[in-house]
Design a protein around this ligand. Structure first.
Ligand code: NDP
Ligand code: 8X3
Length: 257
């Protein structure tokens, strides 16, 4: 029996970085609340994690854009689940890759509502319990797109810059309450991200990762684990993690052939 296990809520645990993080944290014996819209995936994952690692795992199926659903799901948590020690705000997406004058405004709404407002709702619901307990850790998954801007991604970059600013500001709000706030900002990670960005066009998505080794979800999961495993007096404020072959948002060294 692991005695120092934490109760950790991961948004967007049904694929990519969130799924890899759930797997790694389960392997370390933590109690997990895994969330996402695809309930079949959540249920399957939960069964596998419980069987493989003998952990407690709860699934919460909701859309982070839906403020009422976020409140209802989190308010309905049984007492043994409501003391969330770590919130990993990971759910997010890019929709489209288009210049500002022709981009789809519904894509903009989806990115703003998910990447910014969803992350705000989750934080607003979970932070008060952390404040009451005088401890907690919020880990926001930002992006290189929150550190730099790049063409055809104006609104995705804007949402991730918002995450960057929000992270810095809440670190100050929560300072006196003993709550850690961390941002982990990846460059290119091969997940379902590009398939989602290109609306199911797998061939286009595959081209994004042609000719170089992108990061994996597990690479980012290891950074999350490192951040949450630091001693009480140490906070990781901000990590920018890139593939070796990617110098910045726009420069990737690809091998020919
Ligand atoms: P994936 O598409 O593989 O995973 C995204 C996750 O977010 C899924 O579990 C999805 O679950 C969830 N999600 C999306 N929209 C919603 C919603 N409205 N409500 C609830 N959950 C939602 O991509 P990644 O793992 O790559 O992305 C995870 C995070 O990492 C995102 O914030 C992304 O911006 C960021 N990131 C990704 C990078 C990359 O290159 N891949 C680089 C830098 C940052 P479901 O569909 O079941 O709801
Ligand atoms: C995802 C990485 O470079 O596609 O945040 O914006 S990138």
């Amino acid at each position: 029996m692991i005695m120092n296990n934490k109760t950790i809520c991961i948004t967007g645990a049904t694929s990519g970085i969130g799924e890899a993080t759930a797997n790694l944290l389960a392997r370390k014996g933590h109690r997990l609340i895994i969330t996402g819209r695809r309930d079949d995936r959540l249920k399957k994952m939960s069964t596998e994690l419980v069987e493989s690692y003998n952990i407690d795992c709860l699934t919460l199926n909701f859309d982070v854009r839906d403020k009422s659903a976020v409140s209802a799901k989190l308010e309905s948590l049984a007492p043994e689940w409501s003391g969330i020690d770590v919130l990993i705000n990971n759910a997010g997406l890019a929709a489209g890759l288009d210049p500002v004058h022709s981009a789809n405004m519904d894509d903009w709404e989806q990115m703003i509502d998910t990447n910014i407002k969803g992350l705000l709702y989750m934080t607003r619901m979970i932070a008060p319990g952390m404040v009451d307990r005088g401890m907690g850790h919020i880990v926001n998954i930002g992006s290189i797109a929150g550190k730099e801007a790049y063409p055809n991604a104006s609104v995705y970059c804007a949402t991730k810059h918002a995450v960057d600013a929000f992270t810095k500001a809440i670190r100050m709000d929560l300072l006196k309450h003993g709550i850690k706030v961390t941002a982990i900002n990846p460059g290119a990670v091969e997940t379902e991200f590009s398939v989602v960005r290109f609306k199911g066009d797998q061939e286009k998505a595959d081209k994004v990762y042609d000719g170089f080794s992108p990061l994996t979800g597990h690479d980012i999961a290891e950074a999350v684990l490192f951040a949450i495993d630091r001693p009480a007096h140490v906070n990781i404020n901000d990590l920018l993690i890139m593939p070796t072959a990617q110098a910045c948002a726009t420069q990737i060294h690809r091998k020919k052939g």
